[in-house]
Design a protein around this ligand. Structure first.
Ligand SMILES: [Fe+2]
Ligand SMILES: [Fe+2]
Length: 226
């Protein structure tokens, strides 16, 4: 502790007595920095040449961060264009069912394709169920539709169980297609119940403002999960 305090104090005194730029790790190495003894250097000193590297790393991170945000805006923007919350969720059901169809069109030798499709499906279902579990089902319970919300949420648990089982059995298992078919059936029935019974009734019971609020919350949650 004392060492750290001393080090901080000596840095501060150097900074106040000398040229600030000479002590902050930038490339110009004039003035007091040339008088630094090796003891002055911290074990974590990056040296004077590290600044461009750190700068490049930060710039890279910033670009990656911006690209990720761009991707999220694009993905969620496309979904938001689909309309209200129930239409967005129905579009996601169709997307998930389309992935199932691609999985069902594979054979036992296409293990890489099967793995990739399962990853894609897992991500799509994760995002989708998060939006429903964090926004729609709680709103349903608030509107006294608890039984439906609980039933649907418990089915999400079985959806995760299918993903677990498919990962465990591996893409070359002889019963892989059978398991995917069973899984698709559950998702199709679940989506049907949401689209045909629960969501239309719930939407009808809300006014325009309440519906817009749910749409905005689903959008926001989807953005972070995208
Ligand atoms: Fe659901
Ligand atoms: Fe759903």
């Amino acid at each position: 502790m004392a060492t750290r305090t001393q080090s901080r104090t000596s840095n501060r005194s150097r900074t106040s007595s000398g040229n600030r730029s000479s002590n902050n790790g930038r490339s110009s190495d004039s003035g007091s920095s040339s008088n630094r003894s090796s003891q002055d250097r911290s074990a974590f000193s990056w040296g004077d040449n590290a600044a461009p590297i750190i700068g490049a790393a930060l710039a890279g991170a910033a670009i990656g961060f911006a690209a990720n945000y761009g991707r999220k805006f694009l993905m969620q923007g496309m979904e938001a264009a689909a309309g209200d919350w129930d239409e967005m969720l129905a579009a996601e059901h169709d997307m998930a069912l389309a992935i199932f169809d691609k999985m069902l069109a594979t054979d036992q030798t296409q293990t890489f394709k099967r793995k990739m499709l399962l990853m894609k499906l897992t991500h799509a279902l994760d995002k989708h169920s998060h939006q429903e579990e964090m926004v729609v089902y709680p709103a349903l319970r608030e509107a006294n539709e608890t039984a439906d919300a609980d039933h649907l949420e418990s089915e999400h648990g079985y959806i995760k169980t299918f993903i677990y089982e498919l990962n465990e059995m591996g893409p070359d298992a002889s019963n892989w297609l059978e398991k995917v078919r069973e899984f698709r059936q559950l998702v199709a029935e679940h989506a049907h119940m949401e689209e045909e019974q629960v969501f239309p009734r719930f939407k009808q019971d809300m006014d325009e403002e309440q519906n817009a609020r749910i749409t905005s919350l689903v959008n926001r949650d989807g953005f972070w999960m995208a």
